[in-house]
Design a protein around this ligand. Structure first.
Ligand code: GLC
Length: 752
């Protein structure tokens, strides 16, 4: 009887999914029909207008237009020569611009409004690198849902996120925007964020179109210098750079943004191999590709186009559908079509993709559906958004060191000194790319701690930066002013415990913020050493947007917490971890090197032909540093202890190899663990990394409790791409490890 019900249930589920699929197809067909009907009415100029995206007249996130250009832009709106706008803030402004276009242009095609809602709109969640450290896909998806609800409430229907550039170089300031060094974790995070932003109904008033960026290879900018050339083999391109983008496309991401960088000699914006052959061809991506800010124009300084007209020609041929702030398409595409250098069908294809998205967003049914000023006020910073922000913030914190169980602090602890400018800073925790957040809207560490105890005294010690940092201007680091040391040292001398909050100002990482060294910026390490000379009981809380080379701290400070830039609820999350109300569970999504000289340093490296010491100099090493990182990928401690035992590898089914083990909480408090599964293909036609993450599970265990953790390895996990992007699955021996980080776990081996 039971089997009868099971079969009926499975039939029902199948029927529902079939109906859903059919309804999706039906709605897609209906939309495509409406697109074609509209396209037939459009002039060539109006079609090209849809491919033209202007920045609003308020904030800029790239080189700003001059006065003349700004005046011309305004006329283009009325003439239906603009399809999209970025950086317009609030329902009032959105409605104003939308009305101008809908009422004054001939066909009244609504604009789509985009913005970099990278980690929250008003309620700011942790920077994406921090969220990746949570390894909690549900929390990451929820964070994106909150961002989407708030972005949609202020009139936006498109975010230029998730940024899913894999990077192995923390000198590059934009590592704060991504999910770190690993393609498997990066792909999982990409999907969670796309689903969070887009939901199941793009026309709903709390969802927005997502944008997988930057396509592709930007995270491999040479020397970590922003906008620099990228020269990687297609083997790395296919196995490391592209998997998160493929996952985002498979998750139905609606848009992709290409990147500033040259990839193997061709600027990504004009790179046909990337955009037409792979993305639109092999992957059958049916969304739109938008350029990055002026990246069509930048093919001129790249030395790939002699002028803007040729840049427009190269970009459209390569598959770039929308022009962000180059003015290339609106100025030159018409003549390129008239001269026969560009076919109108190429223009039609780009316009179809753009119009389809606008129909899916519901903008044709109601161009003002995202302009509800009442909802705008009720949705922003609402309590459940702030709760979600706290939840993901706590989960993003990584405990790097905790000698002798120094942490958590006893809540009755008295005589606590808090030192460091970042401890009182309500701005830096918002990180870079903070969209519409009010300045100083974060809960500071000091404020978070004071909710626990008032037995706290504060001394700044030293500024991190000089003056007031801004998004678009250089940020000056305080390299000389130590006048506050005396007060801080005196306070430390009189205190039982010292909490030092050190790291980077919120605008010391992000776009245009590459660094040549990864030490604590400015005089902060001197301050740490000065305090350490009078009081060894220091808890170092790091507030930073990238891995840092904190070797001295690691050798001398008993407790170190990686607190990144955690957003609006930063101080609350940190205080709850320091006082033990939340047991830290984060794991590093990116390797922390000991030295900049080791970069690029990452866990999933190749073995080389001379991996081991030989007693002579002839092996792959440095004479002045080890090959080891300061902290490895996947590393993070807990107030609990987790023991791994009983590894089992079942190869009965050669197509689905079952790997399992038991994880036990042998500590005294409940805690969350991230069990990670790594493989190594020992012999293959193309060498494979010494380790590759191919699975992870995050779960909570009470003290003394155990959990059986199981993973299944199939071709999807054991295969790899060749240099042409063809998927290979080869027989042979594989090492497998299940563990608490990329360097600690139970190892086994199997053949298939
Ligand atoms: C910037 C960034 C890109 C962003 C765009 C619009 O230069 O590279 O990530 O989405 O311009 O702000």
């Amino acid at each position: 009887m039971r089997s009868y019900f099971i079969s009926m249930a499975s039939i029902f589920v199948a029927a529902v999914s079939l109906l859903t699929c059919q309804s999706n197809t039906a709605s897609r067909d209906a939309i495509d029909q409406r697109v074609d009907e509209l396209l037939a009415k459009m002039t060539l100029e109006e079609k090209i207008g849809q491919m033209n995206q202007y920045n609003g007249f308020w904030d800029v996130t790239g080189p700003a237009p001059n006065e003349e250009q700004a005046r011309k832009k305004y006329d283009h709106f009325k003439q239906g020569l603009v399809g999209s706008v970025l950086n317009v803030r609030g329902t009032a402004q959105v409605r104003k611009l939308q009305e101008l276009v809908v009422k004054e242009s001939r066909l009244g095609i609504p604009l789509i409004f985009g913005q970099d809602v990278i980690h929250g709109q008003e309620t700011i969640t942790p920077i994406p690198l921090a969220e990746a450290a949570s390894w909690d896909l549900a929390a990451i998806e929820k964070s994106a849902q909150v961002a989407a609800a708030e972005a949609a409430a202020i009139g936006l229907n498109w975010t230029f996120a998730p940024m899913i550039d894999i990077s192995r170089d923390p000198r590059w300031g934009r590592v704060m925007e991504g999910a770190g060094e690993d393609p498997y974790l990066g792909a999982k995070v990409a999907v969670a964020r796309v689903k969070g932003f887009q939901g199941n109904d793009l026309s709903a008033p709390n969802t927005i179109a997502a944008c997988a960026k930057h396509f592709a290879g930007y995270g491999f900018s040479e020397a970590g210098r922003d906008y620099n050339a990228v020269d990687i083999g297609t083997y790395t391109l296919h196995n490391v750079v592209l998997p998160p983008f493929k996952a985002a496309v498979d998750a139905d991401v609606k848009t992709v943004m290409n990147s500033f960088n040259v990839l193997n000699g061709v600027p990504a914006t004009g790179n046909k191999y990337l955009q037409r052959d792979i993305l639109k061809g092999r992957w059958k991506f049916n969304g739109l590709i938008v350029s990055d800010w002026a990246s069509i124009f930048e093919m001129i300084p790249h030395g790939h186009a002699r002028d803007l007209k040729q840049a427009a020609e190269l970009a459209i041929h390569a598959g770039n559908d929308m022009d962000m702030e180059s003015y290339a398409y609106v100025q030159h595409l018409k003549s390129l079509v008239e001269e026969g250098k560009v076919s109108e069908e190429q223009v039609n294809d780009a316009v179809r993709r753009i119009l389809r998205l606008k129909f899916e967003l519901g903008l044709f049914d109601d161009p003002y559906r995202y302009c509800d000023s009442v909802r705008e006020k009720s949705v922003l910073m609402q309590p459940d958004h702030l709760t979600a922000a706290l939840d993901v913030a706590r989960k993003s914190i990584v405990l790097l060191k905790n000698d002798r169980g120094f942490l958590p602090l006893n809540k009755a602890q008295k005589n606590i000194a808090v030192i460091g400018a970042l401890a009182a800073d309500k701005n830096s925790p918002l990180g870079n790319w903070r969209a519409g957040a009010d300045e100083n809207s974060a809960v500071s560490v000091l404020e978070g701690l004071q909710k626990y105890t008032l037995a706290i005294r504060y001394a700044k010690g030293a500024d991190v930066v000089v003056g007031k940092p801004e998004f678009i201007r250089e940020t000056a680091v305080n390299e000389t002013d130590s006048s506050g040391f005396r007060e801080a040292v005196a306070l430390a001398r009189q205190s039982d415990v010292v909490i030092m909050v050190l790291g980077e100002d919120g605008f010391l990482s992000g776009e245009g913020r590459s660094r040549t060294n990864l030490n604590l910026p400015g005089v902060q390490e001197r301050l740490l050493k000065a305090v350490h000379r009078v009081n060894k009981n220091i808890i170092l809380v790091l507030m930073n947007g990238r891995p840092l080379t904190i070797n001295w701290a690691n050798a001398n400070i008993p407790a170190i917490v990686e607190a990144w830039q955690l957003g609006t609820r930063s101080g609350d999350a940190i205080a709850q971890v320091l006082f033990g109300d939340y047991n830290p569970s984060g794991k590093l999504p990116m390797t922390f090197p000991k030295s900049v000289g080791q970069i690029p340093l990452y866990y999933n490296h190749f073995n080389t032909g001379r991996p081991d010491p030989t007693g002579l100099v002839f092996w792959s090493h440095y004479i002045d540093e080890t090959n080891e990182p300061l902290y490895p990928f996947g590393y993070g401690l807990s107030y609990s202890e987790f023991t791994y035992s009983d590894l089992k590898i079942d190869t009965t089914d050669r197509q689905a190899i079952n790997v399992s083990c038991t994880v036990t909480n042998t500590g005294r408090v409940a805690g969350e663990e991230v069990a990670q599964l790594y493989i190594r293909d020992r012999v293959s036609s193309l060498v494979r990394p010494v380790k590759e993450l191919k699975g992870f599970q995050k779960f909570t265990l009470e003290p003394g409790a155990s959990q059986n953790v199981q993973f299944v390895l199939t071709d999807a996990e054991l295969g790899f791409y060749d240099a042409d992007g063809q998927w290979l699955v080869e027989p042979g021996e594989f090492d497998v490890m299940i563990g608490t980080s990329s360097v600690k776990g139970l190892v086994g081996r199997f053949s298939r």
